[in-house]
Structures are given as C-alpha cells and as structure tokens.
Design a protein around this ligand. Structure first.
Ligand code: WT7
Length: 652
C-alpha cells in the first residue's frame, strides 16, 4: 500500500501549539497556573524567589541582601562570596558527576574529544595556574580570540576561576576589531590559537592578533593553542604555546570566593555609534540568571544532551555554552566548524550520533537548511530530540513550521527566546511544558522579568499596538555598566523612562500578552542573528581613501534576515567602477570582519539630508525595501537627490 502522505499543518495567527501531556508531566513547570504563580512571586517578592533559586548553587559566603537597587545601579547578592567556575565544574565532581561527559566536542575535520567533569576540572585548574604564573590577577582583563575548541571554554572558565575578566572576541572579527577591544579594555593578556578550521580552510587567528598588537603597551602575555598547525611567529618573552604554559602546572587549584559583584566578563557589542560598547556582567547575578533560565526554559535534566550552535564569541555562546549548561551539570555538544561542512547534513549527523535532546540554534540557520533541501535531514534519525530553541531574531512562521515538523518531528516544543547581550540571559520565552506557543512570538516574560510595551509618553500600549519594549524591574543577569562609561550606560538604557530599561527593540503584545518583537528601533542591523551598527560600517567605509560620505541601511533578506546596503558618495574625481565596489566590500571586511561585508553598494552623487545635515536613513530604508520613496520629503535639503537615487537603484 502506498504510504499515506502526512497532512501538512496549516497555521494562521490564532494557531497555538501545546506541549504533549507527557512533556508537561515531566517538565519543571507543568501548567500555566504554576507559571503564573511563580511569575507573580518573582515580581512581587523577588528576594524570596531569587534566594530560593540561588540556594541551589554553591556560595562560599551567603549574601546579606538579595537586591540593592538604586536605578540604574543594581547589586545582586551583596555580601556574598562565590566562584562561578567552581559552580560550573568542581560542584559536579563533588556531587558525583566526575565521570560524566561535560563537553563532547567535534572538530570540523571530524576529530572527536570527550571531556568529563573531572577532566574539565583538571584542565581548568592547570590553565588557571598557568594564568597565575603569567602574573594575571583578579580584575585583569584578558582577551580571548579562539575558534570553537574546548580550550576556548577552558580559558573562559580559568579566567573566572582566578577572578580575571575575560573579553571574548569573535574569531570572525578582524585585527582592527581586536585592536579596538584591546585599547578599550587595556587587556594584559591574549589567549588565541594558531588558527581554526572553517569550511575546510583555516582562519589565521594568531596572525590577526600579531597585527592587532602592533604598538600595544598593555599586553604582556599571549598564549597560543596549537590547533591547525599553521606557521606562526612567536614573539620571544611574550608568546607561549598553550601546552608549554601548562606543562609544569599542577592539576589542582583552590577556587577563591569573589564578591557577587566582581566583574566576570566584558563582551563588546554594536550600538548606534561607530564604537562598540563593552557590556559588563558580574559574577553572582549572571550565574543565577544563566542557571535558572537553562533549568526552566531548556527544562534541563540530569540526562539531557544539550547543543547550542552559537559561537563563544557571542553572548549566546557565553550564557548557553560556557556557563548555563555547565552550571546545570548536563552533557553538552560543542562543534568547531561550519554547518554545511562537508555537507548540509552535518548538524543532523551530530544530533543522531550523540543523541542530542535539546537543540538551540538561530532562525537564519534554519532558513539556510530549508534552502539546502530536506534530503539532508531525511537520512538521519532525530528521535533523541525533545526540545528545540531559537534565538537572535524573530522566526518567520514558515521556518518555524519546518523546524517543528522536520527537525522536531511534530513532538518537540520550540522555545523562541528573546534576549540581548545586555540582558545576559533569556528574558522572554515560552516555558516548554506549559506555554501555548504561537509561531513568531517569543510569548511571555520569564521569572523576574517585568516586560512592557510603552508609547512615547510612557503609557502602556493597547494590545496589538507597537511601541518600545522595556523592562521595568532589575533582574539578576542584567548588565552593570558599559565598561568605563557610566554615562553612556545611563543614556543608552535608562533615560527614555526613569528607572526603566529600554531594550532598543520595537514590539507589540497581543490580547493574551504574547510579545511579538518587531525589530530594532535604533541604527542597529541584525545580519544572520549578529548585531552590527550601521555607524560602524559607515565609519569603515569613510576610512577608505576614495570615500567622501556613506550611509548604511538594512534590507530584508530571505536567509540572513537583513542584508547590508550602502550608499556611497565618492571624493571628487574618483571613478565609480565595479572594481571599486569590490575593493570597498573587502575593505569593510578587513576593518570589521567578514560578517560586515556589504551585500550591495550604490554610488550616489549625494545623500538625502535634512536641512540640518542629518542623513535621512528612513528614506533610504524605504528605497531599498520598495524601490521608491513615498513618504514626506519636504524636510529634505535637496529633494532631487531622491530622484537620482531611485533612478540609480532601478538601473542596478
Ligand atoms: C537583539 C540582541 C541574545 C542572543 C543573540 C543576539 C534580537 C534576539 C530575538 C528573538 C526577535 C530577537 C533583538 C535584540 N533578538 N532574540 N527571539 N526574537 N528578536 O544578541 O547581539 O545582543 O542582539 O537581537 O533585536 O535586541 P545581541
């Protein structure tokens, strides 16, 4: 008999997906009534709620006060002493998970390593001892520029263990980007690698570090993991191989307790100026936030195998590779390379081989998989999966449905998690055992999160009316500062409404309270789930000798979410050739990194500006989206510019 074709699920705005009875029964939060009760407690009595959660972790000294809040400055767990690394590693060995796999790692070429919690403790201890031997002290800043090897996680944990502050720079960023971060953080050490594998080729990480360190005065030590066997230059007295650095180091190290507000890491992220912001997170609150979100949102249990496909260079990799899963003592997968290497089935083959039960990835990846074709999925048994997650941008219903049916087999809830580098941990998300899920919405606020949508006057918007997404109460994993810049911290996040955190996203709530993220309100692009400031791309363009002026806007893109479109005015006498376009593209790639390479460059004799000289990006956005400008152009200094631009867009 011919196999009956499975009826395709059809959805509209009102379609809700509920977890199976079986899933709910075993979940940490089993019903909406339980969610509501816990959420109400977390808002009304945050001290009670968070103290109960925090008690599940190890504190060398208990806190005096759960929260001390003088907007915009929060202190969580004041008076407490703890070691985040001890909580991620030692605690599990003490509790009997010593021989449990902490990290199952696959390199891009196919090499494999399993690191148990006991081995992780030894590896982290040795590296912590090596850092101390190099003279690195608590509160010293350390740049980590690594591929996705276990050593990246070990380096982060070792920094945390000795109270040093890591600042991970994504391996796809350029030498100049490293330099900016070195200058701002005044780091004393860099931990890097001879190179990383990417689609069969290697990325020259150490060479980029060398370039970035030219003229640097603060870095005393560079530790280099040998991974790909690239030729590298080692500077005497400064550079050391990882293996040599740990060779004589003992495999034990006593983790000292640090204050709860001790800095844990700085992670740079794009804002609306050309200068990335150093988002500062501190130990105690971040630990509790990442622990709790993993526990409830990913519903982590002892025998789960968790896989987050992010890179440790982004906040997702910090919170849901290095910290959250290890705090929960689960086994996690870490993969070094590209999702389509050697074939588009790489992820599915990893899920099958290791029996991944919880899988967390980005909508942009899902769309790329859809395009690559179902045959890559069909040959794999994905029945070990029980829960799926997404992060980074809104997920369009078509991609959601494919993920739900094709990857989740129609049985796995999908948690669409909204959060930011600044929030440290997930803020808005379904709880998989109870929340009715609608494709396209991150649904409801997590415990302790008082999310609202406000209009310009600060009133709450009516259902379905978009406004600014804000958080009205402090939460444990919130950022504490923009590194060395309290004013920018206050101005950027806490000035729209007094005492209220402005996320920078537009959003709306439906009648049931589900929150739909509409997109960024500032000049920040979201390209393949990565945040990029239009001002950064503009300033890299104008740093090229031929460019007089540039304006950058995002254009909706089928796979990447947004693509980068640039309008460039050349200096007088410079010829607008295709070769120059290519050169400018590469120039941006060199200044920022490959992720920032523009998708399109349009040369224009002038940019649309207001009489006061402000570039009207709104018009450019409309132009790239629809090919024309319909809005009001009367405030333009020279309205003919629009005609010229429209014509030149049509010509290309
Ligand atoms: C921005 C934060 C948080 C880790 C990845 C990005 C967008 C993030 C979602 C989501 C809609 C989302 C927002 C946010 N964003 N998650 N589930 N639905 N939009 O971190 O680089 O700090 O970017 O990403 O615009 O503000 P990030």
């Amino acid at each position: 008999m011919p196999k009956k074709a499975k009826k395709a699920i059809e959805i509209d705005e009102n379609t809700e997906f509920k977890p199976s009875k079986e899933f709910s029964k075993n979940a940490r939060v089993k019903s909406m009534a339980q969610y509501k009760r816990m959420h109400a407690e977390s808002i009304d009595k945050p001290n009670v709620f968070w103290a109960r959660e925090a008690k599940e972790l190890k504190w060398q000294k208990k806190w005096d006060k759960v929260l001390d809040w003088k907007a915009p400055n929060a202190k969580w767990f004041s008076g407490a002493k703890l070691n985040v690394c001890e909580n991620c590693v030692d605690r599990h060995v003490e509790e009997g998970r010593g021989n449990k796999a902490a990290i199952i790692w696959e390199g891009e070429p196919g090499d494999k390593r399993v690191i148990t919690y006991r081995q992780l403790l030894r590896d982290v201890s040795r590296f912590a001892n090596a850092l101390i031997a190099e003279g690195i002290k608590p509160k010293d800043n350390v740049i980590i520029y690594m591929p996705m090897t276990p050593e990246a996680t070990i380096a982060m944990l070792a920094c945390a263990r000795i109270g040093a502050v890591h600042s991970v720079v994504f391996g796809g960023f350029s030498a100049e980007s490293i330099k900016d971060r070195l200058d701002d953080s005044e780091a004393v050490a860099v931990i890097t690698c001879d190179g990383g594998w990417r689609r069969g080729g290697t990325v020259a990480l150490k060479a980029n570090v060398d370039e970035a360190l030219k003229g640097n005065k603060t870095v005393k030590t560079v530790i280099v993991q040998k991974r790909v066997g690239n030729d590298v230059t080692m500077k005497k007295g400064r550079d050391k191989w990882w293996d040599d650095a740990i060779a004589d180091m003992p495999g034990t190290h006593k983790p000292k307790g640090f204050n709860a507000e001790h800095p844990l890491f700085i992670l740079y992220t794009s804002g609306s100026t050309g200068k990335p912001k150093g988002i500062l997170h501190t130990a105690g609150g971040y630990m509790v936030g990442t622990y709790t979100t993993c526990k409830y949102i990913f519903d982590m249990k002892e025998d789960d195998v968790f896989w987050c496909t992010a890179d440790v260079g982004w906040i997702t990799g910090h919170s849901y590779i290095t910290y959250g899963p290890l705090l929960n003592g689960v086994t996690q997968i870490m993969y070094e390379g590209a999702p389509n290497y050697p074939e588009w089935n790489r992820f599915w083959s990893i899920i099958e081989e290791y029996g991944v039960s919880i899988f967390y990835t980005a909508p942009t990846a899902i769309r790329a998989f859809i395009k690559a074709g179902d045959e890559h999925v069909d040959k794999h048994d994905l029945s070990s999966l029980r829960l799926l997650g997404t992060v980074g941008e809104p997920i369009n219903p078509a991609a959601w449905l494919w993920y739900y049916e094709k990857i989740g087999g129609g049985r796995c809830p999908i948690v669409d998690t909204w959060w930011q580098t600044e929030t440290g941990a997930v803020m808005i998300s379904p709880l998989p055992g109870c929340t009715p899920i609608k494709p396209g919405t991150a649904t409801l606020p997590f415990f302790g999160v008082d999310a609202a949508i406000l209009d310009e006057e600060g009133n709450e918007c009516k259902p379905d009316v978009p406004g600014k997404l804000v958080i009205r109460k402090p939460w444990p994993s919130m950022l504490r500062n923009i590194y060395k810049d309290k004013k920018r911290y206050k101005d950027t996040y806490w000035s729209d409404y007094p005492g209220v955190y402005t996320a920078g996203d537009g959003a709306r709530k439906d009648k049931k309270g589900n929150i739909y993220i509409v997109g960024r309100l500032d000049d920040v692009l979201n390209v393949s789930g990565h945040r990029l400031g239009t001002a950064e791309v503009e300033s890299s363009l104008v740093s090229h000798k031929t460019v007089a002026e540039a304006a950058v806007v995002g254009k909706p893109h089928e796979i990447k979410g947004e693509s980068i479109v640039c309008f460039v005015t050349l200096k007088t006498g410079v010829k607008d050739t295709d070769a120059l376009k290519k050169e400018l593209r590469n120039h941006v790639g060199k200044v920022i990194g490959a992720i920032a390479k523009p998708d399109a460059i349009h040369f224009t004799p002038a940019l649309p500006k207001t009489r006061s000289g402000k570039i009207m990006r709104r018009l450019l956005k409309e132009l790239v989206k629809t090919g024309k400008v319909t809005g009001n152009v009367t405030t333009l200094e020279d309205s003919k510019v629009i005609d010229v631009l429209q014509k030149s867009m049509q010509a290309t």
